[in-house]
Design a protein around this ligand. Sequence first.
Ligand SMILES: [Zn+2]
Ligand SMILES: [Zn+2]
Ligand SMILES: [Zn+2]
Ligand SMILES: [Zn+2]
Length: 469
Amino acid sequence: MTLAPWHTNRNREQLRTPTVIDLPLAMGHSAPKSLNASSDPVSYICSCGGSISPSTSPPTSLLSTPGFVLLFYRYWAASPVLPASDAHLSFDIQALAAWYTQQTTSLHLGGKIRIAREGFNVTVGGSATEISKFIEACAAHWSFAGLGLGPGNTDNKGELEARQRFFKPTPGCRCVFGGKASVRVVAEATPMGVEGYAPANWERVIALSPADFHAKCHQEAKQSVLVDVRNHYESRIGYFVSPLTGEPALRPPIRRFSQWPQYVKGNLDQLKSDMGGKQILTYCTGGIRCEKGVRWMQEKLGEGETVFTLSGGIAAYLEWINSEIRRGRKTVDESLFKGKNYVFDARGAVALEAEAEPVSRCLVCDNLSDRLDKCRSDGCHLVVVVCEDCQTTDPRCCHDCRDIDDACRSSTEVVEEKRKPRPMCACEKEREDQLWAKGRVRDKKTQGWRKRERKKAENSHGCVVRSTD
Ligand SMILES: [Zn+2]
Ligand SMILES: [Zn+2]
Ligand SMILES: [Zn+2]
Ligand SMILES: [Zn+2]
């Protein structure tokens, strides 16, 4: 297929910038880990040559042959559903995992692939050529049947648009995943942490295309509530705003998606009064968290609430608004998404092609910045915003982390001190108090819980499948 519509000035700009990208954060949906952890790069070096294929060596062709990162998912039960003739195949999740392992290995793709009984959640990166081949392979595979993706006829505008919408390509390469593909069989395609939950009625939430979502935000803006379904460190650097007031969306102080159900339950009365009788417009990065999370919320809120979600999430919206700006039909200021779209790979965040003002401030100097970093304290590593100038100041998320580290430095038993379990630091505690409405007893959902869930899933579905490096 042709990749022409994906080639943008920004692709070229990005490839002109140094290949050591000074951005953190490849940490999945879990809490940040140590800066030193090998699985968690804080920067990446493009060792695939900006995704150039070996046959096209001159640097100029590199500029016109950028690579891509794809972001896509499918819930079998959500429409468009898998044709009945293929439905039996979806039960063999091991076979589907093996197919991804074979694809990512033979096409040298990096990425994270999560396969569950309910569907799949995939992000992969590679050169333009490899990604193009991968898309062809997907379009011909049973697991993509019914989505209108092909196969093969690249002259067909409808198919091309469907592929663009479904795979949501952005500039990048396999190096943003450390050059590796991790294929895993899991309990949930994205971990909301509610065992066995499936929406009672998938059709009750209305998915809108980016253009329709944009229009819906403008219609009856007074009667709309925008809700961000992502984590607080994601919604800090970018969010949707009301076109009427410029007010940001409601952004829950959750640290991971598995806190979303607890957040909804714990704040139900508040949410009901905030949203009562209004149209609710929700969004997340690529759409997958809204699929179950928003249906779950709607079921808790009760009948009568009209809920819309942004199909393809912020990724699809940015692509749409970019194309509108390119065609001169919209200006940058008209984008209702402000700031950057946080992504779960070493690129850190993705923005509009045109320069947009940051919406967040540096933790140290309070100047506008959207540069992501991590608290440098061992055992904390919260994602923080620290500007270029302040990154050398050894930033800590709050005074607690600074104090703990100072105490460790002055202690003669530094190693012993560091081994002790860390209490929650002040800024984390403040966020947690906000989230759980102080003092309310809550279910414990720690990383240990996540690990046990994963073990359970592996035991019931077979072993973990990992592709080779
Ligand atoms: Zn690369
Ligand atoms: Zn600063
Ligand atoms: Zn900290
Ligand atoms: Zn802190």
